[in-house]
Design a protein around this ligand. Sequence first.
Ligand code: GNR
Ligand code: NI
Length: 171
Amino acid sequence: MARLTILRYPDPRLHTIARPVADVDERIRRLADDMLETMYAAEGVGLAATQVDVHERLLVMDTSEARDHPLVLINPELTWCSEEMRVAEEGCLSVPAFYDKVERHASVKVRALGRDGEPFEMHAEGLAAVCVQHEIDHLRGKVFVEYLSALKRDRIRTKLLKKAREEQRDD
Ligand code: GNR
Ligand code: NI
């Protein structure tokens, strides 16, 4: 297994639209395992392939308290979304140290293929519902800051660009 580099906003590659995974082979299983290792190392609850600069429809998540329920979703599709909406504080490994409120469906159903290519459907609510909607957004090239006002988004962009410049200078 290997840890992958996570792209940081405002990297334009985060806006790439992922293509479907054609078949679940050894390369995809290895990518899923590397993404899980990367997600756990970064203490995230989810990670989309887009964030590690692979533009295929694959995400991993684990919203369990004990962090012992890894999930792999290949070619995920929302099949149902509750009318009920909920606002929750979100963060993103690609937008380090910024958190803000985002409104999403309170619960959703998702169809996907698992790590071994087996189809399954899952019902998600609470943090899992937030997370899976956030990850599917990444696969569409969308970062949660795009739900915020232009003013907030531009402030985040400026601060992260400044931080990236400072890190480069320190190297
Ligand atoms: O680790 C993460 N935590 C989180 C918290 C609230 C709402 C969404 C998330 S997803 C995020 C990991 C990440 O950036 N996934 O793309
Ligand atoms: Ni994210």
